[in-house]
Design a protein around this ligand. Structure first.
Ligand code: SAM
Length: 297
């Protein structure tokens, strides 16, 4: 068997052989630390029955680890310069399929159908940081059959996903992620575990999909619109933020009554509300009837 890419010498050999130029626009920071790679595999709980979707295999470093543990790995890579490299580095692994595509354009539900008969897959990735949130939200919102997602993200983003009400990191991302999944930070990863080194710290976070959402609301779309509007202007009160947003066809007084129905004072800010309270607020407004579609994209 060939030398693994987790050995930095092998990574450098491959990069030099193909004269690969790192592309900043694709968020290319490749892992070169075997301990971190092992931690990702353990956190994801990859086993021999699993079909794993890897987003952005790079030169195949994490892919080699996944291929040794999983039944099937489907790796989607946007950079066509990496495709001939992956052919070499993954030649010993017949259970890997590489797809040269933009993950944001791929029909992931179809992939799960094709490679896992529609059963839940695991997503494992050292994500390109410039599109972390769109990728994660796509996987959740499109209701891809998913067991868990174990991903390397910017440390600051991992903290935001895990944060609770009233903390500085709490925001729309915390609520969106926690509606769909239970977050758990499995490891903090310093810049020297990558080549080239990123300017920020990183963390491995596992998001375990809830079987059903932890809160019930008649209108999840309205709830998410209220969350976005509530955090849009962080220094304003929730009442002013919702009034300025203009997506609700109610008077400022009615908006205030809705907030008070949660047992909150009129000067409360969005960051004090839990997911349950945003769900209750959405139900209160939808109970009043007629919420304008504005902003509910
Ligand atoms: N998995 C490799 C590793 O851990 O060494 C590389 C991780 S690197 C942080 C992110 C990878 O995602 C790069 O290979 C990059 O080309 C790829 N990528 C960036 N944007 C993408 C997109 N929209 N769709 C698919 N892959 C993408």
């Amino acid at each position: 068997m060939r030398e693994k890419l987790s050995n930095p010498k092998e990574t450098i050999r491959v990069i030099q052989k193909y004269q690969f130029g790192f592309q900043k626009k694709f968020g290319q920071n490749f892992l070169i630390d075997a301990h971190v790679l092992e931690k990702i595999i353990v956190a994801a709980g990859v086993g021999e029955q699993d079909c794993v979707l890897e987003i952005g295999p790079g030169i195949g470093t994490l892919t080699q680890y996944l291929a040794e543990k999983a039944r099937q790995v489907v790796a989607v890579e946007i950079d066509q310069n990496l495709i001939p490299i992956l052919e070499e580095t993954l030649e010993d692994y017949p259970n890997v399929t590489v797809i040269n595509e933009d993950i944001l354009k791929v029909d992931i539900a179809r992939l799960t159908q094709e490679y896992n008969e529609g059963r839940p897959i695991k997503v494992v990735a050292n994500l390109p940081y410039y599109i972390t949130t769109p990728i994660i939200m796509k996987l959740f919102e499109q209701e891809v059959p998913l067991d868990n997602m174990t991903v390397m993200v910017q440390k600051e983003v991992a903290d935001r996903m895990q944060a609770g009400p009233g903390t500085k990191d709490y925001g729309a991302l915390s609520l969106a992620v926690q509606y769909y999944a239970k977050p758990y930070i499995a490891a903090n990863v310093p810049p020297n575990c990558f080549i080239p080194r990123p300017n920020v710290g990183s963390a491995v976070i596992r998001l375990t999909r809830h079987e059903k959402p932890p809160v019930q609301t008649r209108d999840p779309r309205l709830m998410f619109a209220l969350i976005r509007a509530g955090f849009n202007q962080r220094r304003k009160t929730l009442k002013n933020s919702l009034d300025n947003w203009g997506g609700l066809s109610f008077t400022k007084e009615q908006i205030g009554q809705g907030i008070e129905s949660l047992g909150m004072g009129p000067s409360v800010r969005g960051e004090a509300l839990s997911l349950e309270q945003f769900a209750a607020l959405a139900d209160y407004f939808s109970g009043l009837g007629d919420t304008e579609e504005k902003g509910l994209a």
